[in-house]
Design a protein around this ligand. Sequence first.
Ligand SMILES: [Zn+2]
Ligand SMILES: [Zn+2]
Length: 224
Amino acid sequence: MKLEGERWRTLVSTVRLGRDEYRVVRPAKPLKHAPLYDTYDGFRGVQLIVDKAAALELAMAWEFAMRSPRTLVYLPLRETEYDCRSFGVDDEPLLDLVLMHHSLGFPPSRWKEVRARLGRGRPHTVRSRGFPAVESLLTPDHQPLRRGYRDVVRHHFAADTLFLTGSWKSFALNGDQWRELIEDGPRRMHENPGEHFCTDIAVERIWDWMHVAYCHEHRVSANT
Ligand SMILES: [Zn+2]
Ligand SMILES: [Zn+2]
């Protein structure tokens, strides 16, 4: 499956809070199989356990967030129908996910209020443009063009939500990971039944902070 050209059905809300106005984009329907949880001291970051449909939606959301500096991309993952686990002790609370740009300057402390005012939202279909080739993001000596604060994805927790904040480039630098997950994963899993297939998303220079793994039980489909 190719990411480019895929359509993501979303709902768009505009929320006014005091003098500020926020645009929030979320999936038209909650993802059926995408439990996200923090393993606390067990591992350094979070686990996200997906089926094929959820992996595709997450990749589309990441790509859309990358090129949408004025938008909060909200994935209400606590509404997952399947709460399957990989690493961890199975009772970690589920988290929602919000992707946004540093330049938006959105304080996670305001999220609870924004979330409460989303309303029904307007349907809008996003067409994925795919990720830029990773070579285009590197200098000739294969280093990212800029290594400043802006080009690293940061994380915050607030209101049962994981906020991943980045620049266009910091999201783009993880593009290959998402592409591999949805373009290579299904074939690899078909050819190697039982093999663990996952990708690792870099956050704050920890290359494997967010572990996105196909569910061993519902790797092909959770009836989505
Ligand atoms: Zn893994
Ligand atoms: Zn599962």
